[in-house]
Design a protein around this ligand. Structure first.
Ligand SMILES: [Zn+2]
Length: 259
């Protein structure tokens, strides 16, 4: 889970329109006003077309996305049944995958049992990762990790292990890059081809731990704590290859990391 910036209010979504849709819902005239196209789009964009809770990727309908990714639901942080006047309030809407919305959060009343709202709270103040498992740094984080099964190794981490430890996956990419960097630092003459390989590979690795990437909190936390990454950074600094591009990318990675 990463911090999200509040979505921009769509121009067509005036206060009068919000009141109208809310009234339609309360009177039973419109049972799903949150499905209004511009509301859905704004809410999905707010979490980079990912689930705001577990950060799995969802479909991006504005790109005519035909992938097998799940259609994201619009989750009401405060239950629409209990708080119908918040039914289309943008502060109350988050994109969530079907699993987080329908199987985990379900009918949880966030007023009675608060969980992290990633627009209001900063997840890194409440959640951490240790030995590949999420844990709560605070009661709010603990509750959130429990509800979304972020602490459950089988539920959450097996898919991430696959993501991280496949032959061509994250850590092997990092380890390969580490060796290339170590060789490069001893090489004479140093070739442009190797420099391109290093910068292209590092860019690709770091982009997988930025806000638009799936499971970015998890990826970013591990990247920054992985010893080979720190060594690669040291070598690139010595070789004057740690450019502004990587400084900026690292800021984005740090933003996502639960450290
Ligand atoms: Zn989810």
């Amino acid at each position: 889970m990463i911090k999200l910036e509040r979505c921009q209010r769509p121009k067509s979504f005036t206060t009068a329109k919000e009141n109208e849709l809310t009234t339609e819902y309360i009177t039973g005239k419109n049972l799903t006003p949150w499905q209004t196209a511009y509301i859905k789009k704004a809410v999905r964009k707010q979490s980079h077309y990912k689930c705001a809770y577990c950060e799995c990727l969802g479909k991006n309908p504005s790109n005519k996305d035909t992938s097998k990714l799940p259609d994201l639901h619009t989750d009401h942080y405060f239950l629409k049944k209990v708080y119908p006047y918040k039914v289309v309030n943008l502060d109350n809407l988050l994109s969530a995958c079907p699993t987080c919305n329908s199987e985990r959060k379900k009918e949880l009343d966030a007023l009675d049992e608060p969980i992290i709202h990633p627009v209001i709270h900063n997840p890194k103040e409440h959640l951490g990762i240790k030995n590949h498992l999420f844990y709560g740094k605070t009661a709010l984080g603990e509750k959130t990790a429990t509800i979304f099964k972020l602490k459950n190794f089988r539920e959450h981490c097996l898919k991430l292990m696959e993501l991280l430890f496949d032959d061509n996956a994250y850590y092997s990419q990092l380890d390969k890059l580490h060796v290339i960097c170590q060789n490069y630092s001893q090489e004479t003459p140093k070739t442009q081809e190797t420099r391109n390989t290093i910068t292209d590979s590092l860019r690709q690795i770091m982009q997988q731990a930025t806000p638009t990437a799936k499971y970015s909190a998890y990826m970013a936390t591990h990247l920054l704590q992985y010893p080979a990454y720190q060594d690669i950074k040291t070598i690139l600094n010595q070789e004057q290859l740690w450019t502004n591009e990587f400084i900026e990318l690292e800021k984005q990675v740090s933003f996502c990391a639960l450290i």
